[in-house]
Design a protein around this ligand. Structure first.
Ligand code: PLP
Length: 393
């Protein structure tokens, strides 16, 4: 039967991260959970704040038709107002509810932004290594995904490399800071250099280039400042999610923001509404819209991640592993002990260590260790990391 072959291919393609997690679960059933060190998924191990439960309990008092009813496509005005006010307090901005469109997580807000911006044949730049789903969402919006490697030493954005990759078809660039998979946070200087390059290329080519800031890890940092990108570059859209900051990944709640400073603001607000309509991404989960309204300023509890980060970096550092010091998110980017990260992963796997090989993120020679796991998993994995290191000596 003829079906959509592109959709079939996305469904049939293997997602390494999910495959490793499924292997980890099967292996745990075989040999016991405590003997398998699964660092594959970015599923927060910290419970959602108590305020989330309290908010849900309050909502349950509402009349069922109100509790479970449709909201406007963009979300409850009161929830969007609460988010706008929080952003204004934190970044000295002047956003209003109509600048926001509530979504099922960052996945939907990114998809909506791509569909709002691009036409067939346009190009969208991503900074490698990158979150693998970007490619799927960019391609399904009709654009081509163009990879530009981050700076090889610092994993900051290589602004010169971005400049070289920009063509008359470049419509947008996606920036993810704090970064998955590296844990880097792009500095204000680095972002200013990028903004300068984008403005210079726009002027030279007579085009407009958007910056899409994907920020689900904004609140998960270890002292680094995360610059507010719309303050550095006007033509910015921001995508956010509460999956990581409030540990709500399964509840599917986030937003897309068109800052009032964006020169195409009015048309983009409507294009985002239109993209949501086109994709069927309307009326994000109503219960969690209310949770966000109540919990928008709840601090993220990063203590447990900070503790894991210290144990992991100190432990692997003592063993002689090379890694990028993570400034944010909950991933450690570690150099594989041989050039082929997949071959290195097989040696990890034989010791029941399950990181993700870097090829999945468009970059050879590294692995990603997700440290949003229990502290014991990190501590207890150290002998296996030592055995692995010894195998290469
Ligand atoms: N962007 C990045 C960089 C991510 O790591 C993730 C999820 O892990 C997403 C987007 C999607 O997030 P959500 O769960 O909010 O859809």
């Amino acid at each position: 039967m003829p079906i959509n072959e592109k959709s079939y291919a996305y469904g049939a393609a293997r997602s390494s991260i999910r495959e490793i997690a499924a292997y980890g679960a099967a292996r745990k059933a075989q040999v016991g959970a405590e003997s398998v060190y699964d660092f594959s998924l970015g599923n927060p191990s910290i419970p959602a704040p108590d305020a989330v439960r309290a908010s849900i309990a309050r909502s349950l008092e509402l009349a069922p038709t109100q509790l479970h009813g449709y909201t406007p496509a963009a979300g409850l005005p009161s929830a969007r107002e609460a988010v706008a006010k929080s952003l204004n307090r934190r970044f000295g901005t002047n956003y209003g509810p109509d600048d926001l469109y509530l979504t099922c997580g960052a996945a939907a807000s990114l998809s909506i932004c791509f569909h709002a911006l691009v036409n067939a044949g346009d190009e969208v730049i991503v900074i490698a290594p990158y979150f693998p789903e970007y490619r799927v969402w960019i391609e399904t919006s009709g654009a081509t995904c163009v990879e530009v490697m981050a700076d090889a030493a610092t994993f900051q954005v290589d602004a010169e490399a971005v400049a070289a990759a920009i063509t008359p078809r470049t419509k947008a660039i996606v920036i993810n800071s704090p970064n998955n998979p590296v844990g880097s946070v792009y500095s204000a200087d680095n972002l200013r250099a990028l903004a300068e390059v984008l403005r210079e290329r726009e002027a030279a080519l007579g085009t407009q280039i958007h910056l899409i800031a994907d920020e689900p890890y904004r609140e998960i940092t270890y002292g680094a400042e995360v610059p507010w990108i719309p303050a550095l570059y006007d033509r910015t859209l921001v995508c956010y999610s509460y999956s990581k900051s409030l540990s709500l990944p399964g509840e599917r709640i986030g937003w897309a923001l068109v800052p009032d400073t964006n020169p195409d603001h009015d048309r983009l607000v409507l294009a985002i509404a239109g993209a949501g309509r086109k994709l069927g991404f309307v009326c994000a989960p109503a219960l969690f819209q209310r949770v966000i309204m109540d919990c928008v300023d709840e601090p993220s509890d990063v203590e447990a991640y900070a503790r894991n980060r210290t144990a992991l970096t100190e432990g692997l550092g003592r063993l002689g592993y090379e890694y990028i010091e993570p400034q944010g998110a909950f991933y450690l980017w570690v150099r594989a002990l041989e050039p082929d990260a997949e071959a290195f992963f097989e040696r990890c796997k034989a010791l029941d260590l399950l990181p993700v090989p870097s090829d999945s993120f468009g970059c050879p020679g590294w692995v990603r260790i997700g440290y949003c796991v229990s502290h014991e998993t990190i501590v207890n994995s150290m002998p296996a990391w030592a055995t692995l290191k010894a195998q290469y000596e």
